[in-house]
Write a protein that binds this ligand. Structure first.
Ligand code: FAD
Length: 402
């Protein structure tokens, strides 16, 4: 299906949405928000999903959906979704550093544009009974009468809605509180920033099924063919180097040139999007009827290609806890439970991701690693395997114990 045919219409008007008292309002319709909204709605609760964008929308992303993400989709009955959208299987990652190359085989994972993935997830949520409001910014207000107020702002209207619980899935560095002091987050001072573009036409040297990853002292750039043959380019770059080299496109081109990868002709004229600081996290992932998931809860760096899996897994895991918190007497237990579950779900993966990101700051070590992997690509197997491994949720842990 062409992207223009994937337009998702809102299912409710802003004035209507503000007249209802919702069980759950979900802020942000990325993979985390759509997963959480769908899972909560499947249990019969009323759910309003709000996004400031309309769908399909672009998103800075390497568009690699790993094995762990695919398994979360399967667990909730969406195993066919990547195939139906034409996702391309990933077979290898070609690492480039200091003029050296290594091809590491991949046995799992697909590449799929975020326009298609996110629009399809949103459609699946709507089919499960979720009400969707686009072009609307949500701001979390005060707590009144066993509910939290959410201000819904479109270009020409502003209304307040009430919800017993709120799932915040607004992505990296999202600001959702009326009072600035409620935005309790830690941002790493040495964090890189994200940037990306999608090229309609690209050199044939970039083959489908391979991730090309250029590693450099100023950051890294990943390139991959999407399901419709466009070339996705996503990068994590040092903010100072972006300034020094005259912009994101120029720095990304320099990195490709330095590692001896081809710079596509349309590179500099393309429309690039950026992100804020990549490495950041919320101090508290749950408080006062609000539950944070996906990038809104925390993110490290994109090299290991896990953010979609983290968002899907946290969206799925938060649903039963949010439902439990709808009972006023169990609201504070739900808050504690999500803090515990979130740590159990992601702390170990975030540690590995931080470790890899730190190593990437040492170009000489990276070049040695690439030389080693060129001789013995299977040395990367344990890392690849653990990135693709299924998430440990409460239910899988109790099944294992039985
Ligand atoms: C350069 C780069 C490359 C990456 N490559 C990969 C990769 O290859 N594989 C992978 O798995 N991950 C990758 N990631 C990470 C991945 O993109 C994210 O982890 C993932 O998108 C997180 O999903 P999410 O649902 O938490 O948030 P998002 O997908 O960011 O969605 C958040 C949504 O919330 C909406 N929103 C925000 N604030 C509000 C508000 N106040 N009111 C209403 N709506 C709001 C936004 O419009 C947006 O639609 C990459 C990230 C970067 C930066």
């Amino acid at each position: 299906m062409a992207l223009t045919e994937m337009q998702i219409a809102p299912t409710i008007r802003l004035d209507e949405a503000s007249r209802r008292r919702w069980d759950v309002i979900v802020i942000g319709a990325g993979p985390g928000g759509t997963m959480a909204a769908r899972e909560v709605a499947r249990s019969g609760a009323s759910v309003l999903l709000v996004d400031r964008a309309s769908f399909p929308r672009p998103k800075v992303c390497g568009c690699c959906v790993n094995g762990a993400a695919i398994r979360v989709l399967s667990d909730v009955g969406l195993s066919d979704l990547p195939r139906q959208l034409g996702a391309k299987e990933l077979r290898a990652i070609r690492l480039a550093s200091g003029g050296r190359f290594a091809n590491v085989p991949l046995t799992e994972g697909v590449t799929l544009s975020r326009e298609r993935l996110d629009a399809a997830m949103l459609q699946a949520a709507i089919e499960a009974g979720v009400q969707f409001l686009d072009h609307t910014q949500a701001i979390v207000g005060t707590e009144t009468n066993h509910a939290r107020q959410v201000i819904l702002k479109s270009v020409d209207d502003e209304r307040a809605a009430l919800s017993r619980s709120i799932v915040v899935a607004g992505g990296l560095g999202c600001r959702v509180f009326a009072e600035a002091e409620a935005e309790d987050r830690r941002v790493s001072p040495s964090s890189r920033v994200g940037a990306g573009t999608v090229l309609d036409v690209a050199p044939p040297q970039y083959c489908a099924g391979t991730i090309y990853m250029a590693c450099h002292k100023h950051g890294y750039v990943g390139l991959v063919r999407l399901e419709d043959d466009r070339l996705d380019v996503a990068a994590a770059l040092d903010a100072d180097a972006i300034k020094h080299f005259g912009g994101v496109a120029k720095l990304a081109a320099k990195i490709l040139t330095d590692v001896k990868l081809l710079v596509p002709e349309s590179f500099e004229g393309a429309t690039w999007h950026g992100t804020g600081r990549l490495t950041q996290r919320r101090v508290r992932v749950a408080a006062e009827r609000c539950f944070f998931i996906g990038d809104a809860a925390g993110y490290v760096e994109p090299f290991t290609g896990e953010g979609i899996a983290w968002a899907l897994a946290s969206g799925r895991a938060v649903a039963p806890i949010v439902l439990q918190g709808l009972d006023d007497e169990r609201e504070s237990t739900a808050t504690r439970e999500w803090t515990r579950q979130h740590r159990r779900l992601l702390a170990q993966r975030a540690r590995l991701c931080r470790g890899v990101s730190r190593l990437l700051r040492y170009p000489a070590i990276v070049t040695i690693a690439v030389r080693l992997l060129a001789l013995a690509p299977l040395l990367a197997r344990p890392v690849v395997r653990s990135l693709n491994a299924s998430f440990q949720t409460s239910s899988t842990i109790s099944k294992q114990r039985r």
